[in-house]
Design a binder for this molecule. Structure first.
Ligand code: ATP
Length: 133
């Protein structure tokens, strides 16, 4: 199968750079798969499960929490707010974040902003737990 160059960065630096067969991410309009030969393209990323298929067929799963994806002249670049490979996700931490977010959402006196922040935290935790399972 044809491959293409993929670079994944976060605000902490370059996380991944290699030839891959496919990358799948959650964009703001739904799941998106990029294969070799994709036209030039740019989209915002949502929060969701992601995976990369390496040249040897190995699948690397990850949690992607927002960012941007572009394809320019055959190279795919992902600049993620956070990108955590499955093996790097701390399940106990995600479970604890989930419980704290749920407890926060159950309180009655949240402002709209506090409610949105708690919802986003819950969603991040759910994505991490779902990648980890
Ligand atoms: P927490 O309350 O546990 O910090 P959070 O969803 O608020 O959860 P973020 O603000 O999304 O955390 O992330 C802050 C940093 O911590 C990022 O670098 C992120 O990659 C890392 N991080 C957060 N949760 C986990 C986790 N469960 N496992 C590994 N890294 C995590």
């Amino acid at each position: 199968m044809k491959t293409f160059p993929l670079r994944i960065g976060t605000p902490d630096g370059l996380l991944f750079q290699d030839e891959v067969e496919r990358v799948v991410v959650r964009s703001i309009t739904g799941d998106l798969a990029i294969l070799a030969g994709h036209c030039n393209f740019c989209t915002a990323l949502g929060m969701g499960e992601a995976h990369v298929v390496l040249e040897d067929g190995t699948v690397k799963e990850a949690a992607c929490i927002g960012g941007m994806l572009s394809v320019m002249n055959g190279t795919c670049r992902i600049m993620a707010t956070t990108w955590e490979w499955k093996e790097d996700i701390d399940e106990a931490r995600a479970e604890s974040a989930k419980q704290r977010a749920e407890a926060r959402l159950a309180t009655k006196d949240l402002t709209e902003q506090e409610y949105k922040m708690a919802q986003a935290k819950l969603q991040r935790a759910l994505v991490r737990l779902s990648v980890k399972k």
